[in-house]
Write a protein that binds this ligand. Structure first.
Ligand code: NAD
Length: 506
């Protein structure tokens, strides 16, 4: 049985044996490991190590930090397959999907390799006569990240590479359900030559999170997970004076206009709805068929799903793996009966899908609920599994109104051949990330990722330019080196424009 420990001050750190969690292989239901659960003691150790490391890390030259990030990039690229294997073994997603998530995380490391350019300030010569002004961005100190189960390598990589590139040190609390990817990332960080204490991992549950939220040594918290927890993280950490970005859940709508290539749109809906068993915050959860194209979409989806292979992620022929836990599988499957009782029809029943896997795995095949409408629980709640709901509307106006009223606002997509409709959708849709004939519009790493409304709490999105702003504080410096003494006789408030007209300096 594998034992997954914390990683503090550049080495594994074994916690109290009394607090441990179980880790399972979702494709078999067999326990494969035990993970240490941190108490305040381990969190405090990690923060102390990070605080010690911060003193020298923040003054380590940008050039050296960059070269270490390049080393990390090379190591990640070389070990992409190993990391993906760990994701498959504890999350359950299929190997190609796991490799994709590592690659999207690697992109953020590549963005962070450009930190020299990203941290540049601005300079104004002669803002007033003999007075120059420049700005700089400085690290915050020790920052923490709390991450969800569904992207065990990518979401940590959304956070810590940029945070440490900016000169911060980091404490990560990954999901307790699939912690091995983070443990492996910590080893790669050490191998890249990044000093002990710069990146630390504490495993655990709510108890570790609660200590992070109130720890006086932590300056900022990045969180990705479900909306109720995101709200709690935001409120608690902000009350403690910390900078917070808390990304929450989603109910993403994919709108299909009748002029779209409906077979193509159906393929996209299957990929975006059932990829990773629907356990993606950018998964298509609601398919909105506009102007009578619903029947054709259902037919194409039924045909595609009849050929969709559900099985273990380790089998290269599998297109979709199991769900994360037996409880979650049962919760997701229960929505079929809930939907039916609310008046929806089950167009595809995933409980009957042919599963090519171990009977102990947490399986549920792709499901399609047809004739769903906004009053229903299956429409309103985040299901986070392979259940796609089809809503039929007459016009694009109705589709836009649905999305606006939904409450979440992570991603939204439109499939159409009509440029005018696409442009209108882009302008009016109430969502932070928009796809036009792209079903999962996750921005590349040099943009930032973030939804709207109940999908995010905080002002700055994650990674990209917002990530740099989140992990740094700005400073503006006004300086004079000429005739310093003679300019301090006046008590008037410094005013560059007035002083230039009068020939006086402020
Ligand atoms: P979760 O909210 O249950 O857990 C996320 C993290 O918070 C974990 O590390 C967990 O240990 C911790 N946690 C859980 N309950 C807590 C509590 N009561 N108090 C303090 N900490 C707690 O989320 P999950 O089930 O791991 O992940 C799935 C959710 O994450 C979905 O809602 C999904 O939409 C969302 N998600 C959002 C994004 C995004 O970018 N917006 C990305 C991925 C996942």
């Amino acid at each position: 049985m594998k034992h997954i420990t914390h990683w503090i001050d550049g080495k594994p750190w074994v916690g109290d044996a009394k607090r441990r969690g179980k880790v399972f292989n979702p494709a078999t239901g067999v326990q494969t490991g035990e993970v240490d659960f941190a108490t305040a003691i381990e969190v405090d150790e990690a923060v102390a190590a990070a605080a010690r490391a911060f003193t020298s890390w923040r003054t380590t030259s940008v050039a050296r930090r960059t070269s270490m990030l390049f080393a990390l990039r090379e190591l990640l690229a070389a070990h992409l397959g190993d990391l993906a294997d760990l994701v498959v073994s504890e999350h359950g997603k299929v190997q190609s999907d796991a490799a994709g998530e590592v690659a999207r995380g690697l992109e953020v490391v590549e963005f962070a390799c450009g930190i020299a350019q990203l941290l540049k300030g601005e300079f104004t010569e002669q803002a007033s006569t003999g007075v120059n002004v420049h700005s700089l961005r400085q690290p915050l100190g020790v920052v923490a990240g709390i991450t969800p189960f569904n992207f065990p390598s990518m979401v940590p990589l959304w956070m810590f590479p940029l945070a440490i590139a900016c000169g911060n040190t980091f404490v990560l609390k990954p999901s307790e359900k699939d912690p091995s990817a983070s443990a492996y990332l910590a080893e790669l960080v050490a191998e890249a030559g990044i000093p002990p204490g710069v990146f630390n991992v504490v495993n655990g549950d709510k108890e570790a999170v609660e200590r992070i939220l109130v720890h006086p040594g932590i300056s900022a918290v990045s969180f990705v997970g479900s909306t109720p927890v995101a709200r709690h993280i935001y409120e608690t950490a902000a009350r403690e004076g910390k900078r917070v970005q808390a990304l929450g859940g989603a109910k993403n709508h994919m709108v299909v206009l009748p002029d779209a290539d409906l077979r193509d749109a159906a393929e996209a809906a299957v990929s975006a709805g059932f990829g990773s068993a629907g356990e993606r915050c950018m998964a298509a959860a609601v398919l909105v068929a506009v102007g009578g194209c619903g029947d054709a979409l259902v037919e194409h989806i039924q045909e595609r799903v009849s050929r969709l292979t559900v099985g273990p992620g380790t089998d290269p022929s599998s297109e979709m793996g199991p769900l994360i836990t037996a409880e979650h599988r049962d919760r997701v499957a229960a929505y079929l009966a809930i939907g039916e009782s609310e008046g929806a029809t089950i167009a595809i029943d995933g409980r009957d899908h042919d599963i090519r896997g171990d009977a102990g795995g947490y399986w549920l095949g792709p499901c399609l609920l047809d004739r769903v409408s906004p009053g229903m629980r299956v429409y309103a709640e985040e299901i986070f599994g392979p259940v796609l709901s089809l809503v039929r509307v007459e016009t694009l106006d109705e589709a836009l109104a649905l999305i606006e009223r939904n409450g979440y606002g992570n991603g939204a997509a439109i499939f159409t051949a009509n440029g005018e409709a696409a442009q209108r959708f882009e302008t009016e849709v109430e969502a932070g990330m928009v796809g036009i004939n792209v079903a999962i519009p996750v921005p590349v790493s040099y943009y930032s990722f973030g939804g709207w409304n109940n999908s995010i709490f905080g002002d700055l999105d994650i990674y990209g330019p917002d990530g740099v702003k989140f992990y740094t504080r700005g400073k503006a410096v006004t300086s004079r080196w000429r005739n310093v003494a003679e300019h301090h006789s006046s008590l008037a408030f410094p005013n560059a424009a007035a002083s230039d007209k009068s020939g006086m300096e402020p």
